[in-house]
Design a protein around this ligand. Structure first.
Ligand code: SAH
Length: 465
């Protein structure tokens, strides 16, 4: 993050704007909207400033800037059309530890002003750190369209009830659930429709019901597929559950970008599972899920790809089912689909492959024990999960059991993420290429004629190719 987003309380505080043109006007209007006491210094003033000065906490001083003008200020905005003067004001302000902003000169600012979607008291601030103002504007336009005009009223309503709800519902978790239900349920909808009175009645009755409800509500576990890495590949349901969870138990395969989308206050537990260093044994994970759900938590068990494809998801919900804990499974895009799409390798193709087989290169015990005759079938794509460790063995066995040595093969490392790397070889050269190219987990292996299409169909290359 280039800047720390904060909201400043400038009510009744002395703020200085240097400059009297239209930019100075815009900044002055903003400061006034937030209740600041504003002084504008300039040798001439935009007519609207003169007008505003008649009704608002605004003083206009017709003079040029002098360092003494910074005395007793909290915040200064240099908005003259002289960049050198703006920079000097910024430097003097910085020396005095003031908040300084110079218009269009981010290098001399110690704070920048975001684009704003104003549904006061609800305010959305957007910034690209000065890098892409147009993108910021596009996003603002989208948010303006998306956030109903009455959203601010809804925030006010919630604000009015905040203390009472706190008194009546003693547990934080209880309050959070209450607000989630109220804001997205009937009271919220009525408020957005401008029915203030009815909204208040609905809220009041929801509050009474919530206060009467005793005990903890039963928790549940959602076994959620997080996809192969790119957060855009999450399902809506996955995202919703991630944002409503109390606890998220996640695997090593879940990408950082996906984790960022988990509700900020949710407890996050790393359950590991690097090949050698299983951080929590599978049994411990099963117990953990049961314990959390029994404590009334909404648990999301977040797994890379699809939970039911080489994810041991089945084992985890088996223990939940035995304990009578409610659970649901949310499918995710499995590595084979994600990696194949992003590498431009169709898993099936009318001309090259009429079937596709997913196998794991990793088995209980040391050596993969695969059914070779099922794997060596003409016009079939073979996808190997967890195949890197035993790769040399597997490739030799494939050739020994009759697969043509020149069959094309691909390794896709960190598929769908910005670090995606694709290495193309043949079954004969795959293991050597893996060493040469330093291929590391997570890597998916695809073997078959379809790999030839990579050159033509790849559209996503990641950064490190
Ligand atoms: N349930 C997961 C698979 C878990 S097994 C799924 O459906 O995708 C772990 C293996 O999946 C890794 O060893 C690797 O072979 C593969 N894998 C998972 N994510 C990957 C990614 N982003 N890129 C390449 N391979 C990946």
């Amino acid at each position: 993050m280039d800047y720390l987003p904060v909201f400043l309380d400038v009510k009744g505080r002395d703020c200085l704007v240097v400059g009297g043109g239209s930019t100075a006007l815009r900044k002055t209007e903003l400061l006034l909207r937030a209740g600041a006491k504003v002084t504008v210094l300039s040798v001439s003033f935009h007519p609207r400033l003169t007008e505003l000065a008649k009704q608002e906490a605004l003083t206009l001083r017709r003079k040029s800037f002098e360092p003494g003008d910074l005395e007793q200020r909290r915040l200064v905005i240099a908005a003259t059309d002289d960049p050198a003067l703006n920079a000097r004001i910024a430097e003097l302000g910085e020396n005095k530890h003031l908040l300084v902003n110079t218009v269009d000169q981010p290098e001399s600012c110690n704070f920048i002003m975001p684009a704003i979607v104003d549904r006061s008291p609800l305010t959305v601030a957007i910034s690209s750190g000065g890098r892409a103002p147009i993108l910021t504007r596009l996003l603002k336009a989208r948010l303006e369209a998306m956030i109903p005009a009455n959203f601010g009223q809804l925030a006010k309503l919630a604000g009015n009830y905040r203390d009472r709800v706190k008194k009546m519902l003693s547990r934080q978790e209880q309050r959070r659930r209450f607000w989630e239900q109220v804001l997205s349920g009937p009271p919220g909808q009525l408020m957005l429709a401008g029915q203030r009175k009815k909204a208040e009645e609905a809220l009041e009755s929801a509050l009474q019901t919530a206060a009467r409800a005793t005990g903890t509500s039963p928790g549940f576990v959602a076994l959620v597929g997080a996809g192969p890495g790119d957060p855009d590949l999450l399902t809506f349901r996955a995202l919703r559950l991630m944002q409503e969870a109390d606890v998220v138990v996640y695997d090593r395969l879940v990408s950082q970008a996906v984790l960022e989308l988990v509700r900020r206050d949710a407890e996050k537990i790393y359950a590991g599972k690097a090949r050698a260093a299983h951080t929590l044994a599978q049994e411990e994970i099963n117990h953990l899920l049961v314990r959390l759900a029994k404590a009334g938590k909404r648990v999301v068990r977040l797994k890379g790809g699809d939970p039911f494809i080489f994810g041991r998801g089945g084992e985890e919900i088996e223990s939940l089912a035995e304990e009578g804990i409610p659970f649901l499974v949310v499918p995710g895009i499995t590595a084979a689909s994600g990696c194949a799409s992003y590498a431009g390798i169709p898993l099936t193709h009318r001309d090259h492959a009429q079937s596709c087989l997913f196998v794991t290169g990793h088995r209980r015990g040391d050596r993969p024990n695969l059914e070779w005759e099922k794997m060596i079938v003409p016009n079939q794509t073979l996808v190997i999960y967890m195949g890197l460790l035993g790769l040399a063995d597997v490739c030799q066995s494939l050739i020994r059991h009759g697969m043509p040595a020149e069959t094309p093969a691909a390794m896709i490392q960190a598929g769908t993420t910005p670090e995606q790397k694709v290495v193309i070889a043949t079954v004969a050269t795959l293991a050597d290429s893996a060493k040469k190219e330093n291929v590391s987990p997570p890597t998916l292996v695809i073997i078959g004629e379809v790999v030839r299409l990579h050159g033509k169909l790849a559209w996503f290359r990641g950064t490190s190719q």
